[in-house]
Design a protein around this ligand. Structure first.
Ligand SMILES: Cc1cc2nc3c(=O)[nH]c(=O)nc-3n(C[C@H](O)[C@H](O)[C@H](O)COP(=O)(O)OP(=O)(O)OC[C@H]3O[C@@H](n4cnc5c(N)ncnc54)[C@H](O)[C@@H]3O)c2cc1C
Length: 324
């Protein structure tokens, strides 16, 4: 059985959890096996019947389990795994999911493969996985020797599909939690107020780099974004380090990983640390004055020239098309 550890936020399934459930369903088909899920938290019981296609959902409800509480979550999941005896445990490869599974691996003395992107099945057995390393710039093919196999799924490695099929049976699990399981807990969550569409949700992302030359120049990227549907502006580390944009706009290894339909890279050289953050974009359009810029090796479309002429021309053309 494949046991999916489901991550929730505000009593809702997160997108990476849906991706993990989708991957588990595909894997279960290949392995001729079933999927089950674990829901942990406060007020998450109502979500259980929505996990259609999953055979059974184990629920651990406790008002103290609000937000991710590392030691308590690890204890609950480790006990559930010992009880349910799955062959594979899969969680979303988010910061929380990776932390959760790492703690479970330590408790149960098991190996763990984080950031999996592909699964190799032969004769009804999972023989190995491909996982990402070094911020996504290295792909490793590995075999996991301990059982159950603990895996996390790299976000965006699989497109989330709607949950379909029969309603699962729901089982309440009781795990005794003590005060020491709550030694580390979230006291407060302060969200940075962000106007507009987030980088991870936008269908078009326009990323600006050193070539922009100033914070002021980013205004034309904002204007371009406002003319496109569902578009957001991001930046390279050079742009954020120069305070042209806030750090939250940074795309890359030490920033946000994006997966839009179109990434427009403007005055961006295409350094590996930047590209690992945008490599899941469906298409990349690069605007750069240097025909030798590495970004052109990864781009689907390229415009060679001065961005200070090209971007305003693009804006004018879109406005003309829109009759604005
Ligand atoms: C550990 C580590 C982590 C890092 N993490 C990240 C990260 O998360 N994200 C990130 O982005 N970087 C990261 N970096 C930095 C990364 O290595 C690069 O330095 C950075 O991405 C380069 O940014 P850039 O493309 O804006 O600048 P540059 O590399 O300087 O490129 C600027 C480009 O603009 C072009 N240009 C200049 N003027 C114009 C013009 N008028 N018209 C058109 N084109 C023009 C140039 O031809 C050039 O190609 C990291 C580095 C390290 C060591």
């Amino acid at each position: 059985m494949i046991f999916v550890l489901v991550e929730t936020a505000n009593q809702r399934l997160t997108e990476p959890s849906l991706e993990a459930l989708t991957a588990a369903r595909d894997l279960a088909q290949k392995l001729n096996d079933a999927t089950e899920a674990l829901l942990v938290g406060s007020g998450v019981r109502a979500l259980a019947p929505t996990l259609k296609g999953v055979r059974s959902v184990s629920v651990v409800e406790d008002p103290r389990l609000t937000g991710y509480i590392p030691e308590a979550f690890a204890k609950v999941a480790a006990e559930a795994i010992q009880k349910k005896r799955p062959t594979i445990v899969l969680a979303p490869g988010t910061e929380t999911g990776n932390d959760w599974l790492a703690r479970i691996a330590a408790r149960l003395d098991l190996s763990l493969a984080t950031g999996c992107t592909e699964f190799f099945v032969e004769n009804g057995e999972l023989l190995g996985v491909t996982r990402t390393n070094w911020g996504g710039s290295l792909l490793e093919e590995i075999e996991i020797l301990s059982r159950p196999q603990l895996l996390t799924l790299q976000p965006h490695a699989v497109a989330a599909q709607p949950l379909a099929g029969a309603e699962p049976s729901v089982e309440a699990l009781t795990v005794t939690l003590e005060d020491r399981d709550f030694r580390v807990r979230m006291k407060e969550l302060v969200r940075k107020e962000k106007k507009g569409i987030s980088l991870t949700e936008a269908k078009v992302v326009i990323g600006g780099g050193r070539g922009l030359g100033s914070a002021e120049a980013f205004k034309m990227l904002e204007e371009l974004a406002s003319l496109l549907n569902n578009a957001a502006v991001g930046a390279t580390r050079v742009a954020t380090s120069n305070n042209w944009r806030p750090h939250s706009d940074q795309i890359g290894q030490t920033g946000t990983q994006i997966a839009p339909d179109l990434y427009i890279a403007v005055g961006v050289s295409g350094a590996i640390q930047h590209m690992v953050g945008c490599k899941n974009s469906k298409k990349i359009l690069a605007i750069n004055k240097d025909p030798e810029a590495p970004i052109f090796q990864r781009a689907d479309y390229g415009v060679i020239g001065d961005l200070h002429q090209i971007v305003p021309a693009l804006i004018a053309e879109i406005k003309k098309l829109k009759g604005a």
